[in-house]
Design a protein. Structure first.
Length: 302
């Protein structure tokens, strides 16, 4: 049996409640963490893409992390995202996390421009020198840098990373990663490949839609990663029902979409918005997300 690590299980990439004046609602954030962990989420990842980290100041990011630590019950890992345009900022955020007991951090490659492989490796070396385990975050869609299986293997062989959040959407990557870096833990990185990567042995899920329907999505993950064909059949049934909603996690509007689904599900305070440059959803997109969320709720998913 695989030893349970802090980055295993359902690690929620938390949305961040933003008030109409664009300030952070830390109290609502703490309450959201309590709600989702009460409903099965096993870990919290603040300051990821869903947490709009790019729009936060360094001090705000540190406060978001500390709020998550304080609000999380005992036994729930809090693994902050430390991605930044500059490696030095990522190092400072990682040092802050280490000072406050973080078991690991999640790190994007440098994304101010299309960095070379050598620059990517150097970025991870600088952050790894702080001494915390690193979950690499592969998001070539948004960062324009692809942590290809062979590059991940290089990072792993140098002991710079322990896991990867695989957000490429290409489920074939999981097979190549296992061949090139068999000891590297794979986390499901996008909600609409939970079943495919779950049955292929993923050990974690850096998750989006458990922000809105935590109990059902945690059940889906547990069934998908069970290794039991009978459970896979149940997972497949749930997956078909949930997939129209889960695929919003891979769309341009994923932050607004998940926040809207939280509102429709009644698990977010009224008036929560996003920070610029994100704007309110176009009416037709908003209508579709509401309909997809209501359809899932009508089937009893929560």
């Amino acid at each position: 049996m695989t030893e349970k690590k802090p980055w295993h299980g359902v690690n929620l990439a938390t949305t961040l409640p933003i008030n109409p004046d664009f300030s952070v609602n830390y109290d609502a954030y703490a309450e959201h963490i309590r709600f989702t962990t009460d409903n099965g989420v096993t870990g919290i990842i603040p300051n990821g893409s869903l947490g709009e980290y790019q729009t936060l100041t360094e001090d705000e990011r540190k406060q978001v992390y500390l709020t998550a630590v304080e609000a999380s019950p005992e036994g729930v890992a809090v693994i902050p995202g430390v991605g930044a345009y500059g490696a030095l900022e990522s190092v400072r955020l990682t040092e802050h996390a280490a000072e406050h007991g973080a078991p690991a951090v999640m790190l994007l490659p440098p994304n101010a421009y299309r960095a070379s492989d050598e620059e990517v490796v150097d970025h991870y070396r600088r952050v790894a020198a702080v001494g915390l385990p690193i979950l690499a975050y592969n998001n070539p869609i948004d960062t324009k840098i692809d942590l290809r299986p062979e590059l991940l293997a290089r990072l792993f062989d140098e002991d710079l990373i322990v896991s990867v959040k695989e957000f490429s959407g290409d489920v074939r990557n999981a097979y190549a990663i296992r061949e090139l870096a068999p000891g590297l833990d794979i986390s499901i990185g996008s909600d609409d490949v939970v079943l495919e990567l779950g049955i292929n042995g993923a050990l974690g899920w850096v998750a989006g839609y458990p922000n809105a329907i935590p109990a059902s999505t945690v059940e889906l993950y547990n069934l998908s990663t069970s290794g039991d064909p009978a459970s896979w059949a149940k997972a497949h049934e749930m997956y078909r029902d949930l997939h129209p909603l889960l695929r919003w996690d891979s769309k341009t509007w994923f932050v607004q979409a998940i926040k809207l689904s939280q509102e429709v599900a009644g698990v977010a305070p009224a008036g929560i918005t996003t920070r610029p440059p994100r704007l309110p959803l176009p009416d037709e997109v908003r209508t579709r997300i509401i309909a997809d969320t209501e359809a899932v709720l009508a089937k009893g998913y929560r």
